[in-house]
Design a protein around this ligand. Structure first.
Ligand code: 9MR
Length: 462
């Protein structure tokens, strides 16, 4: 698969270098200045992260810089579709988990990258289309987000879905051809799977106000208006030898829509302006209160995907470059403080078919249970998330039964075992989620073709 060059020409031809003026800044006195990127960013509630490959975790210099300087990590390739689902519905989290555990061991925020992207699709998905592909996409989002549930600070749910150039339109891909609603379906599935992760849209060449960034802006505005769950927008910021003069105001216009903004893949061509451009990006983020952090796309120049461009903060030997000092000074010069991190608050996008009810009390010996379903449907398929709630007594084992409409069939289930796939289908607890305390809850899910269930599920305890 070819590596995208990311419209380098467009980047170079983009706007002239501009001076970005911070709106309101709280000055941090030099006595308080921190001496690492992560600690300096943390002074204003932000993170400073790096994309890392699992293959370099054993490199002593790499590992020393990583653990000293950064308080966030992004897997460079390890959580992408081709890495996590090499054959359909067979998941491999070995290297993704290595990055996750590295982040956890550092007390760092882990950014998940990326659930759906037209690049680095596994071969089996590249050859799919239509509703079969849509089902595979939603299954992928659900399974991967479920595996990492509770561990990921922010997911790039969808990466690079807009076209370059002046159209402001979606990019053509087999994902896009499953229907224009694929992005919102992916965000809904991700929210259902991991309600506490911030859900981001991520793209490049969106670093100033232009047709592409305005296309993304309009999508985010529409999602916010319709309650589609989106929490953040990632600006990759693979920059050349200049930076758009409206870099900061572009971040601000997105933040004003009610989403966080993050610099997600920063690297800057080495040239006369490298340190200045790094400084300008850092100050722009600090000036926008909802800009929650910056990630550089690699640590040393030799780690970069931009071979020969020396675009990072450390040289091949791991020495700090002038660009490093410029970023550190910018972080220590103060900025707006980010609001404290709160879990995403977007309400569920569909109403449970059965509101949690007070369960019957006629079976106090074994307990009783109730169940409710939340559906994320698209044309031809759906993902159902089912919440099981114990009544006023503990439950040891449960079975939820659901009637599916004609033409609907269960294709996979997680955290429960199904009996049957059509008509009335029963879901039995698995070993680790059968026991519920009085009033306790657990969740399972399934994916199906056709229309999702609308009838009230029943729950039997015991
Ligand atoms: O840095 C990544 C490189 O190792 C991969 O070969 C490449 C595959 O397309 O992806 C690179 O990371 C990309 C990121 O996932 C999305 N935005 C652009 C990045 C640079 O191509």
């Amino acid at each position: 698969m070819s590596i995208p060059r990311h419209g380098r020409a467009a980047l170079l031809a983009a706007a002239a270098v501009g001076v970005v003026v911070a709106a309101s800044v709280a000055v941090i006195g030099t006595a308080d200045a921190a001496s690492t990127l992560g600690a300096s960013a943390a002074q204003t509630g932000r993170y400073f992260g790096a994309a890392i490959p699992a293959s370099k975790l054993g490199d002593a210099t790499f590992s020393r810089i990583l653990t000293t300087e950064f308080n966030s990590v992004t897997p460079e390739n390890e959580m992408k579709w081709d890495a996590t689902e090499p054959s359909q519905n067979n998941f491999n989290y070995t290297n993704g988990d290595r990055i996750l555990n590295q982040g956890i061991s550092m007390g760092a925020k882990v950014r998940g990258h990326a659930l759906l992207w037209y690049q680095q699709e596994p071969g089996w998905a590249q050859s799919m289309s239509g509703s079969a592909l849509r089902s595979a996409m939603m299954n992928h989002v659900t399974k991967v987000a479920t595996h990492y549930k509770g561990k990921i600070y922010a997911w790039d749910v969808v990466n690079e879905a807009f076209a370059d150039g002046g159209s402001g339109a979606r990019r053509d891909s087999n994902l896009q051809r499953t229907g224009n609603d694929w992005i919102e379906a992916a965000f809904k599935a991700a929210r259902a799977a991991d309600p506490n992760a911030k859900l981001c849209y991520n793209d490049y060449n969106t670093d100033g106000v232009n047709a592409k960034s305005t296309g993304v802006y309009n999508m985010v505005k529409d999602f916010k208006a319709r309650g589609v769950p989106i929490d953040c927008v990632g600006f990759q910021s693979h920059l050349g030898t200049s930076i758009p003069g409206d870099y900061q105001s572009n971040l601000k216009r997105f933040a004003d829509l009610g989403v966080d903004v993050q610099i997600t893949e920063l690297d800057v061509a080495q040239g006369g302006n490298q340190a200045n451009i790094y400084s300008t990006v850092t100050k722009a983020c600090l000036a926008v209160s909802r800009c929650t952090g910056i990630t550089v796309w690699g640590i040393r120049d030799s780690d970069s995907w931009r071979t020969g461009e020396n675009p990072l903060l450390f040289d091949n030997s791991g020495n700090k470059k002038a660009a490093y000092t410029a970023v550190l000074n910018a972080l220590n010069s103060g900025g707006t403080t980010t609001p404290p991190t709160t879990p995403p608050t977007t309400p569920p996008t569909s109403t449970p078919t059965t509101p949690p009810t007070t369960p019957p009390t006629d079976n106090p010996g074994t307990g009783a249970c109730s169940a409710s379903v939340t559906l994320n449907s698209w044309n031809g398929g759906y993902v159902a998330s089912v919440k099981v709630t114990a009544g006023s007594a503990p439950v040891n084992g449960w079975t939820v039964s659901l009637g599916l409409p004609s033409g609907s069939a269960v294709t996979s289930a997680w955290s429960a075992t199904n009996s049957g796939t059509t008509g009335t289908v029963s879901f039995r607890n698995v070993s680790y989620n059968g026991s519920l305390a009085a009033g306790g809850t657990t969740e399972f899910g399934f994916q199906g073709t056709g229309a999702g269930p609308t009838a009230t599920p029943t729950c039997a305890a015991g």
